[in-house]
Write a protein that binds this ligand. Sequence first.
Ligand SMILES: C[S@@+](CC[C@H](N)C(=O)[O-])C[C@H]1O[C@@H](n2cnc3c(N)ncnc32)[C@H](O)[C@@H]1O
Length: 262
Amino acid sequence: MNARKLLQPRYSPLEAGITLFVALLIVEIGTLWMAKPARVNVTRTTAATSPLPAVKLAEMAKADDPNAHRRPYTFTSDWFTTRLPSWKVALAPYVGRSGLSYLEIGAFEGRSLFWMLDHVLTAADARAAAIDLFNGPYAATYRNNLEVSGSAGKVTTLTGYSQVVLRGMPLDSFDVIYIDGSHLPFDVLEDAVLCWRLLRADGLMIFDDYANIGIGHDYQGDIQLTGELWHPRKAIDPFVQCLGDRCQVIHNDFQLIIRKVK
Ligand SMILES: C[S@@+](CC[C@H](N)C(=O)[O-])C[C@H]1O[C@@H](n2cnc3c(N)ncnc32)[C@H](O)[C@@H]1O
């Protein structure tokens, strides 16, 4: 090979331009890919990964039950009827009990609340308290459903942040408390701690989305939260572990249900 040939450029200007363009394109795509938010991983854990006792009252239903309610309520979402099998077993001893008192944090349109009123809080002197921010169109749906229920006289509706409202409620006053409001771990922890002294001995505390980790909605700011931010269980496990023998885990699945022993 002679020296002249060696000194000749190996690529034409066009080839060099195309190579440079492709290289820049790869760098740009790589930068964009690294900058995009982490993919949302929806992890549904099972009782097997829970540090709490592996007990189950019933399997969760595989599909929503559109016939779960007795009256012509209006609901736009169903975050409840798949949980019904374990509720039916856990709540059977409370059905129709005189003086029964139920507290729900996160009433929304009332799907769980009105099921309780129609199936469990059936005694004339049974009562329910429903806390929610009621800061969206669902508030009107809730009010309408309350009329449809025919049980408005049994229900106290409280508007505001549960973490504030709970502080004004009487101790030892509820037999069943359902925590289904904010799913941010610290809010859940605060709800749980505040509710504990509101719960009567032998009462039940039910936590929604115990095994639902990863994706949810922050209703307080309408911000989509993912991963560790939306993780009720992060609060529930240490809360229950701190209670020790003061509570008994009776259902550990998608929801967690504990009974107050003392
Ligand atoms: C998943 S929905 C509850 C569903 C309802 N239990 C049902 O069966 O249809 C959660 C509700 O919690 C309410 N919420 C969220 N954060 C809250 C807070 N800090 N205090 C009170 N309510 C809250 C929301 O406004 C929303 O209506």
